[in-house]
Write a protein that binds this ligand. Structure first.
Ligand SMILES: [Zn+2]
Length: 303
């Protein structure tokens, strides 16, 4: 039994408008095949089949203003309404008073306490790791969670050994990042690798932040490319997916890429995607970001 957790940053349910919404212009055969030929949008936000569910998830958490990554990711990772706790949406880094909460209540740590293992599959360039652990470094929510649960962050070495995944799925920028020895792979190969790594642990986690970056850039070509990479990644995972026993959950912290007419985040709900025969056990419990971690934990407690 594998549990795939994919977090993609800045992906909401947008309008049915190909000028502003790259979901409508990108070539997304895997995503379309999951949802009867459709892509997730504000109009097509709910879908349930025997093996897949799509549903909208609220990210505003009853706090005014545009949702941000620091509070949104903390809500996902801990189940706490971090925006309400801080009194505003805050990001991209975790707000100082949230750091002890993240360290104590994150998903990886809670899984560990019920005897379940997890693996944060991203691999970081050495320069970024040096920055993170340097005097000015601020560790992002998901990495902080994993570290506080006793995990270590992967570098280019694990990517080269094929035991970690590049943050952009394909690893096309490693030469610019100081590691020309790391060769790019196709999104499908990257998905297959992720599926192989998933066999060793109870839950495997991948963070894909380039979707948020593409949204802020308001760059349609880049946005299309980043969505198509995710589509290929999913197809690589699904090749060996055991629908009876495996689960794949995909969630985002706030909208962004689905509306390239603005360079900011959006208030749009985000699509929750759950794949696997037992998808309803998760999707029926998740209406806003704070429900994700409790739903995942109760899933593990009942299996
Ligand atoms: Zn952002």
């Amino acid at each position: 039994m594998a549990f795939y957790f994919i977090f993609w940053d800045g992906v909401g349910l947008g309008k049915n408008d190909p000028v502003s919404n790259p979901f409508l212009t990108a070539d997304l055969p895997t995503i379309r095949s999951l949802f009867g030929g459709n892509v997730p949008t504000a109009k097509f936000k709910k879908f349930i089949s025997e093996t897949v569910s799509l549903s909208p998830v609220n990210t505003t958490l009853r706090v005014p203003g545009l949702p941000q990554s620091g509070t949104g990711q903390t809500a996902i990772m801990t189940g706490m309404n971090a925006s309400k706790f801080v009194g505003k949406h805050f990001g991209p880094h975790p707000y100082s008073t949230l750091i002890p909460v993240i360290k104590e209540k994150n998903l990886f740590k809670q899984l560990h306490s019920i005897g379940k293992s997890s693996y944060f599959a991203n691999g970081y360039p050495q320069k970024y790791l040096d920055f993170l652990f340097g005097p000015k470094g601020r560790i992002p929510t998901i990495a902080l969670s994993y570290l506080s649960a006793g995990g270590t962050l992967n570098s280019h070495e694990e990517i080269n050994r094929r035991s970690a995944i590049s943050a952009d799925i394909s690893g096309t920028r490693w030469h610019e990042l100081g590691h020309p020895d790391v060769k790019p792979i196709t999104p499908v190969e990257s998905g297959r690798l992720f599926a192989t790594l998933a066999k060793n642990v109870d839950l495997i986690y991948f963070e894909y932040f380039v979707t948020d970056h593409a949204g802020h850039s308001q760059d349609m070509a880049m946005s299309v490319e980043m969505l198509e990479r995710m589509d290929g990644f999913l197809s690589g995972i699904l090749e060996s997916f055991d629908y009876d026993n495996d689960i794949l959950l995909m969630i985002s912290d706030h909208g962004n890429i689905e509306d390239l007419s603005v360079k900011t985040h959006t208030m749009n709900p985000v699509p929750l995607v759950v794949i696997g025969k037992r998808h309803l056990q998760l999707s029926s419990r998740i209406k806003n970001l704070t429900h994700v971690t409790p739903a995942v934990l109760s899933y593990f407690q009942s299996h």
